[in-house]
Design a protein around this ligand. Structure first.
Ligand SMILES: Cc1ncc(COP(=O)(O)O)c(C=O)c1O
Length: 357
């Protein structure tokens, strides 16, 4: 086994990936914990109580003996919150997307996806052996053109908020186009869940994760009763894996309560507004994203890495997002805002970015 050439080439191209141990002394501007719930005292308390009651793990897959009353309560609470007939928990958003596609494999003739959809949706598409067909980002005409060429049962899929740009899909328009061509419609709301009220067209498929704004871990699919029953029978990433810890479900239930109170969202919205105004004052080329995800395009891998490293030395953790994760030429810093950032931290970060540029 010899991997050194590949590793060397990745280093040469500034594409080498490594996990950094998070330094608590740094201000984190690249977490998806948008609402600051990951460390919220009430969420931690619920998690601890859950561990006391249920133990640390779930012990088995849902269909064996891993489905505790905490899982059941969370599924019911999420169904109520999303106003859907039923919800099914998965261990991550990645496996939920694989789970939906793998269950639908024998039903689908084609899939069309937004060009900027998350990697897990692309992998899910590849898993079922159908060609990955992508329409231009957020472009309904391009979607219509792609659909015209298809025959049989189709699926139109979009991220709800795009993970690298922070912009939103027009769910109503896209689902209507899908409906007119008798295709099914699916949205991945990984970055929207908890931030805005879920908007789910009737008889469509909704996926969201609990590891981002909810501050915990796991994911769920919501939809019609019959569709969820179908997933239980056919979704291998649901059937053949250990259920998430019941304590996590208790924590997520508390997060859901706090999400519905709305206090953290208000703080986040104020931070998003402040970030925009201050970046404009400094003349920084930041696209106006209304979400917590704020991309600063720098245009090449090396430069993105260099700025990220400089910021780290100054105490700010901001991740460089390189190609091929984003299209070549759009390499960037992906800044994510949290409800718990202070205005001073935001102002300091932007000033340091300005200096680094
Ligand atoms: C749009 C989108 N979908 C799915 C996922 C995967 O979710 P998870 O991290 O829970 O596996 C992500 C994670 O980054 C994402 O951004």
């Amino acid at each position: 086994m010899n991997f050194s050439q590949t590793l060397f080439a990745l280093k040469q191209q500034h594409l080498y990936r490594s996990a950094k141990v998070v330094d608590s002394g740094c201000v984190n501007f690249c977490s998806n914990d948008y609402l600051g719930l990951k460390n919220h005292s009430q969420v931690i308390k619920a998690f601890k109580e859950g561990a006391d009651e249920f133990g640390v793990g779930s012990g088995a897959a849902h269909l064996v003996s891993g489905h505790s009353k905490a899982h059941q309560a969370l599924e019911e609470a999420l169904a109520k919150y999303t106003k859907q007939q039923r919800v099914l928990l998965f261990s991550s958003g990645y496996s939920a997307n694989l789970g939906v596609f793998s269950a639908l494999k024998s039903k689908l003739d084609w899939v069309v996806q937004d060009k900027l959809n998350h990697a897990s949706l692309i992998d899910a598409n590849q898993l079922i052996g159908l060609p990955v067909q992508r329409y231009l980002h957020n472009d309904t005409n391009s979607l219509k053109k792609k659909i015209q060429k298809q025959t049989g049962q189709g699926l139109v899929v979009t991220d709800s908020i795009f993970s690298m740009d922070g912009d939103s899909a027009n769910i109503d328009q896209l689902s209507t186009i899908a409906k007119h061509s008798n295709a099914w419609f699916m949205q991945d709301d990984a970055h929207g869940f908890g931030m805005k009220t879920p908007h789910i067209p009737s008889h469509s498929i909704y996926m969201a994760t609990l590891g981002k704004a909810a501050g915990t871990m796991g994911a769920f699919v919501a939809g019609d009763e019959e569709f969820i029953e179908f997933l239980i029978q056919k979704s291998r990433p649901y059937i053949y894996t250990t259920a998430i810890a019941p304590a996590l479900c208790m924590a997520a239930l508390k997060s859901l309560e706090l999400i519905q109170q709305g206090t953290q969202q208000q703080k986040l919205r104020a931070n998003i507004d402040y970030f925009y105004i201050f970046s404009q004052t400094l003349g920084l080329p930041i696209a106006h994203s209304k979400s917590a995800i704020q991309p600063l395009i720098v245009g090449n891998n090396e430069k993105a890495l260099m700025i990220s490293k400089t910021l780290l030395k100054q105490g700010f953790f901001v991740k460089a997002i390189r190609s091929p994760t984003v299209p070549q030429g759009t390499e960037r810093l992906r800044i994510t805002l949290s409800a718990n950032h202070t205005k001073t931290q935001i102002a300091q970060l932007l000033t340091q970015i300005k200096n680094a540029l």
